[in-house]
Structure formats: structure tokens, C-alpha cells
Design a binder for this molecule. Structure first.
Ligand code: LMR
Length: 396
């Protein structure tokens, strides 16, 4: 049965973790996967999360099955974060939200549902995009193409190219957009860009699929949802995949959500019924722990304030590491200007390092980055930064 099964290539992101874990060098640094590490180099257990977990443990709650679409209070809290506390859309029953297995799980159930209702559509992702976007939509059966996004020369956005590519897609294409903290570049659209993108999507009847996995890591919780809010006001029908992996530091608990904006409460009911079928035939219903914790935090004023402060601390620390990295590289005489790193948003920095330079970083210095040159600035700290900047200066 398995004699002809070929070896699959290693996952470009999670596969690197395996290599990192096997590396015995004491000064190794993992700048590969998108995970926030604190100043001590550890994945933090947030205080708000720990408090909610303690309270939950004390209840000795039974572990029955959840509804297929997850915990209602969790789904409503997700809607509040994405669409705003006073969202008219939510009040009108035009948003359907289902708990999902992280942001990836949300993308997957959204993609499977879209394949049923738009079987011949093309999916367009930014060039570059998160590695798994292409794989995920291809595995749902869609052809996937790129739209122009990053301009390496300016370390900015190729605005004209992006709008042109979106215009040239077949009508009713599915367009995957990063709401904030673009993965992998760290370069986001400006508010006026979003308006132009929205106009093209509307004119071409495209289906926006907004991925927001880093809400709160850019400029703030509300600020980072600006694109979602803009689309919400537009009257369009669209999808949003969201994740608490990073913002609650709950990676392994797989806590995310898929939300869909419909045209009416009645349409929402039909859409939810289909999403439930997709979930039921994939994994039946979601796990309890992570979403219970997130719901407890978001629905309690004190815990929520604690979480917002902790998220703010993570955001500020990443920004500080970006600035320190830029300064150190300049002080160490790097032959390139890295000041663009300080302007990028979120966890990632598209460093401009080549695949060969990334390879040298790993082999010679135990510094792990993605082959495309993406580094996770959220894994830098005052203990490892010197080693990382030394290594970068050497390889360039
Ligand atoms: C990343 O881009 O590194 C994260 O989103 C983790 C993942 O699942 O790839």
C-alpha cells in the first residue's frame, strides 16, 4: 500500500522547528515560526489566561461536546473584537461566526464551504503570502494565483501592480487579504489603499477573504481591525478568519474563528447551517478549553483589561527589539541599511536576506529563519540579539 508513497517536502515553517529542536548548539535562535517569545526567551502564559484557567479548574466542569459552531459567548466575543462593540451588522444578524481550529482551521472550513458555492473560482493571494495560504486553498481544490503586493526595492507596497492584478482576475475571484501585520513582509496597506482595493473588489464582484491572525500586534486592537470595519461598512459579503494563537499566546490550544458577513439574518441562518455540515464532516465539533478561556477573559472587564495590557506589552517589546536590531546592525557596520525593519508591523520582518544567507545563518550560527528571508522579530530579546546581529553582519 505505501510502497509508492513519496516523501513530502518538509513544511517551510513548522518543518524548521523540527530542525531547530534537533540542534544542540546552546546559542541557537529560532526566528522561523511566528511565535512570540518574551524577554526570557519563553512563550508566555498570559496572566489573564492563567487566572481564567484557575477559575475554570475550580469549577470541575464536565467536558461534554460543544455545539458544532462552538461556544456562543466565544463567537459573540469574536464578533465584538472584529466588528466593534456596537456593530450594526452584528445587531442585524448579518454576521455568522463559528469557532475554528485556529486561523488555519478557519481558513480551511471557509475554503471548503467556498468550494461548494463557487466551485470554479480562482483564489488570489498576495505575493508573497503566508506559505500555507496557497497550500490550503489548493488542497480545497482551487487554482491559486498571486497578486502583486510587496515591492522589494522600496520595502513597501506595489500599489499600482496590486490594483492592476486585482482588476485582471476573473470576476468573482476569491481574494485573500491580510488585515494587519502582513505575513511574511510586515508591510501593511494604508487606509487609503484599503479604500482603493475595496473599490476594485466591489467592481469585479470578488469575494474578500480577510485573514486577521495578529490583531493587537500592529497598532492596537481597534486600529488593527480597521480594514474589517471598512469592509463591514461597504455592504459587501465577505469572510474573515481570525486567531487567538498569538494574541492570547494559546498556540497549541487551536483557538480561532471563521466569520462571514451576509446580506440578512435569514441568509446567515442558511450559511451557518452549511458551515456546520463542513465542520461536522471534518472534525465534528471544536475543543472546549481554549475558547472557554478566551471567552472568560473577553467577557470579564477586569480580565479583559489585564489581557489588553499584556498584549500592549508584547507589541511594545517587539517594536523595541526592531529598533534595537536596526541600531545594532548600523553600529556593527552592516553593509546594508536595515532601517525599514523599524517601520514594519507585527511579528515579522521581510529582511531581504537571500536563501543562501539564511542557510549560512542556520549552518554557521544556529540562527533559524525562513528561506524567503522572513524573520520573526517577536523571538528577539536582549540576550540573543547580539548573536543574531553579529551573524547577519557576517553573512551579508
Ligand atoms: C507562521 O507564519 O509562522 C505562523 O502563522 C505559524 C504557522 O502556522 O505557520
Amino acid at each position: 500500500l505505501f510502497s509508492a508513497v513519496e516523501m513530502a517536502p518538509r513544511d517551510p515553517i513548522l518543518g524548521l522547528n523540527e530542525a531547530f529542536n534537533a540542534d544542540t548548539r546552546p546559542n541557537k535562535v529560532n526566528l522561523g515560526v511566528g511565535v512570540y517569545y518574551n524577554e526570557e526567551g519563553r512563550i508566555p502564559l498570559l496572566r489573564a489566561v492563567a487566572a481564567a484557567e484557575m477559575a475554570r479548574l475550580e469549577l470541575n466542569a464536565p467536558r461534554g461536546y460543544l455545539p458544532i459552531e462552538g461556544i456562543a459567548s466565544y463567537d459573540m466575543a469574536v464578533q465584538g473584537l472584529l466588528f466593534g462593540a456596537d456593530s450594526a451588522l452584528v445587531a442585524d444578524g448579518r454576521v455568522v461566526t463559528s469557532q475554528a481550529l485556529g486561523g488555519t482551521g478557519a481558513l480551511k472550513i471557509g475554503a471548503d464551504f467556498l468550494k461548494r458555492i463557487l466551485p470554479d473560482a480562482v483564489v488570489a493571494i498576495s505575493n508573497p503570502s503566508w506559505e500555507n495560504h496557497r497550500a490550503l486553498f489548493e488542497s480545497a481544490g482551487f487554482p491559486v494565483q498571486n497578486y502583486a503586493y510587496y515591492d522589494a526595492a522600496s520595502h513597501g507596497i506595489d500599489r499600482a501592480g496590486m490594483l492592476e492584478d486585482l482588476k485582471n482576475l476573473p470576476p468573482r475571484s476569491i481574494v485573500v487579504l491580510h488585515a494587519c501585520c502582513h505575513n511574511p513582509t510586515g508591510v501593511d496597506l494604508l487606509p487609503e489603499d484599503w479604500k482603493q482595493v475595496l473599490d476594485v473588489l466591489r467592481a469585479k464582484d470578488h469575494v474578500p477573504f480577510i485573514d486577521i491572525a495578529y490583531q493587537g500586534f500592529g497598532d492596537g486592537i481597534e486600529e488593527d481591525a480597521a480594514a474589517v470595519r471598512l469592509f463591514a461598512e461597504s455592504g459587501l459579503t465577505f469572510f474573515v478568519s481570525s486567531s487567538f494563537s498569538k494574541s492570547f499566546s494559546l498556540y497549541g490550544e487551536r483557538v480561532g474563528a471563521l466569520s462571514m458577513v451576509t446580506q440578512s439574518r435569514e441568509e446567515s441562518a442558511r450559511v451557518l447551517s452549511q458551515i456546520k455540515r463542513v465542520i461536522r464532516t471534518n472534525y465534528s465539533n471544536p475543543p472546549t478549553h481554549g475558547a472557554t478561556v478566551v471567552s472568560a477573559v473577553l467577557n470579564n472587564a477586569e480580565l479583559r483589561a489585564m489581557w489588553e495590557a499584556e498584549l500592549g506589552e508584547m507589541r511594545t517589546r517587539i517594536q523595541e527589539m526592531r529598533l534595537t536590531m536596526v541600531r545594532q546592525l548600523a553600529e556593527k557596520g552592516a553593509r546594508q541599511d536595515f532601517s525599514f525593519v523599524a517601520k514594519q508591523r507585527g511579528m515579522f520582518s521581510y529582511s531581504g536576506l537571500t536563501a543562501a544567507q539564511v542557510e549560512r545563518l542556520r549552518v554557521e550560527f544556529g540562527v533559524y529563519a525562513i528561506g524567503t528571508g522572513r524573520i520573526c522579530a517577536a523571538a528577539l530579546n536582549h540576550n540573543n540579539l547580539d548573536h543574531v546581529t553579529d551573524a547577519i553582519v557576517q553573512v551579508i
